[in-house]
Design a protein around this ligand. Structure first.
Ligand SMILES: Cc1cc2nc3c(=O)[nH]c(=O)nc-3n(C[C@H](O)[C@H](O)[C@H](O)COP(=O)(O)OP(=O)(O)OC[C@H]3O[C@@H](n4cnc5c(N)ncnc54)[C@H](O)[C@@H]3O)c2cc1C
Length: 445
């Protein structure tokens, strides 16, 4: 196993250095290593490590894990479920994941403690050098971008957590997947479009007799102790290991957070679901923890002369449903593809293909999602839509296909036709116009 000391001593230059061993960094490392390139994956924590998350894998995530040859390992450590059960405004609906030619019709829940190390170690088994407990401190010999893209760099300066020693790790290409805070991404020059949606979420674990139910639950109305609806959503994801993951989320749209803070929201949500799930002080496994979800490709630029950002560092969370793991795996893989092309052709300009591929994969979809989130964040619209939607099963089932990005390319069913109509609408309306259009419906508060 190659160590930090050896890398320094031999002055190794890797083909690719990757910062962050979460879903995006580990998938990027796996695909590059599997293609035969020399890769160094740097992770500041030691696996297995906790990561605040809902722990829900949709069929999109399962597909990526299967592509990496990891589905059976996930099945062994996780809990298989059939679909989503949605609750809101007095109604509820159980919806199976759709049948799809590419994605499976099931998902898994699995803690990030159990999941993330699996993928990072899988990349290692395929030849990547994995450095655990090593933090990237700063860019190595950064260079300014001539084109308005990310800065370039010769690698990163790192610190070994145990010894406190610093070292340089050199690479021909640098990929940054350091998550929502993304200190190294910001040093590369990324900024977030604050007009676009951003999520904030909190989760805690509880033991529950219902830990192995076949549905993940999503609650679209959370109520305060007086029964008033407060902005935000809640989830309960059974983990199959005696526990459930209970969490809440809030969205910021147009640069402003709507609603109470997430700690209060979690308090209300736990009270609301306590009887049904046996949530109380005894079943609580510890304090809840939170984090941010940068959405809709709101963070850019995405590439420089020899640098790329992936996953949360590029703001890739799906605004429709707060899902970020699948998009971490997918963007890690897209990045690996363009770097492979750059390395094979010895032509770094191939990196510009990354933006084109991100656009092809997500631009239309995230435009619709951003518009949807902005409209649905008006409480009056939310209650009218959810109240109606949960009572009209076909409508809601089609919306689930769209929200989980599970439409089919091979047929034009109602979900696909509905989605194409939404794309045309989102194209026709400038994003800034939503606040004007929604003016009369805005709540007093
Ligand atoms: C409360 C909450 C619930 C969520 N629930 C879900 C869900 O149920 N399903 C879902 O799909 N998504 C969910 N998400 C989103 C999901 O967690 C993220 O989108 C996903 O983890 C992004 O993967 P990533 O690899 O880009 O970043 P991360 O998973 O954050 O990984 C980044 C890694 O980089 C490491 N790192 C950071 N800085 C450095 C450094 N300087 N040097 C070395 N290493 C570094 C970190 O330790 C970390 O391991 C949730 C998010 C939150 C906050």
């Amino acid at each position: 196993m190659t160590t930090l000391a050896e890398i320094n001593q031999k002055a190794i230059t890797f083909d690719v250095v990757i910062v962050g061993g979460g879903p995006s960094g580990s998938s990027c490392a796996y695909w590059l290593a599997e293609a035969g390139w020399s890769v160094c994956l740097i992770e500041k924590k030691d696996f297995p490590r906790e990561k605040t998350c809902g722990d829900g894998l949709t069929p999109r995530s399962v597909h990526q894990l299967a592509e990496m040859g990891l589905e059976s390992a996930v099945a062994k450590n996780g809990h298989k479920y059939n679909g989503l059960r949605a609750f809101g405004f007095g109604a509820s609906l159980e919806m199976n994941w759709p049948t799809h030619p590419v994605f499976p019709n099931y998902g898994y829940t699995i803690t990030r403690f159990n999941l993330d190390g699996l993928v990072a170690q899988h990349a290692q088994q395929h030849g990547a050098v994995l450095l655990n407990g090593v933090e990237a401190l700063s860019l190595l010999e950064p260079s300014e971008s001539a084109t308005g893209g990310l800065r370039g760099a010769k690698g990163v300066v790192v610190k070994d957590k145990d010894s406190g020693a610093t070292a340089e790790i050199r690479g021909r290409y640098l990929v940054v997947g350091d998550g929502q805070n993304s200190r190294i991404g910001r040093e590369l020059g990324t900024t977030r479009n604050k007009e676009w949606p951003m999520g904030m979420a909190l989760r805690g674990y509880y033991t529950s007799d219902r830990h192995d139910e076949p549905w993940i639950d999503s609650h679209l109305d959370i109520r305060d102790p007086n029964g008033n609806v407060v902005p935000g959503y809640g989830w309960i994801f059974p983990l199959g290991d005696g526990r459930v993951n209970v969490g809440v989320g809030l969205l910021s749209t147009g640069g402003a957070w709507k609603g109470v803070n997430t700690t209060k929201l979690q308090e209300y949500f736990v009270a609301q679901t306590a009887d049904a799930w046996g949530l109380n002080d005894e079943s609580c496994c510890g304090p809840a923890t939170g984090g941010r979800l940068p959405m809709g490709l709101a963070i850019g630029p995405h590439f420089g002369s020899n640098t790329l950002t992936i996953g949360d560092a590029a703001g890739t969370v799906n605004p429709f449903n707060g899902e970020g793991i699948a998009y971490g795996y997918e963007t890690g893989r897209l990045a690996a593809g363009v770097i492979g092309e750059a390395l094979s052709s010895n032509n770094a300009s191939a990196l510009r293909l990354y933006d084109e591929r991100l656009d092809a994969a997500y631009a239309d979809y995230y435009k619709v999602a951003r518009a949807f989130v902005r409209i649905i964040s008006e409480p009056k619209i939310l209650s009218a839509c959810v109240g109606l939607g949960l009572r009209v099963e076909p409508l809601m089932t089609q919306l689930l296909d769209i929200m989980a990005n599970l439409m089919r390319n091979d047929q034009k069913g109602p979900s696909e036709l509905g989605y194409r109509a939404l794309v045309r609408l989102a194209d026709a309306i400038p994003e800034k116009a939503y606040d004007l259009l929604l003016g009369d419906l805005k709540s007093e508060d």
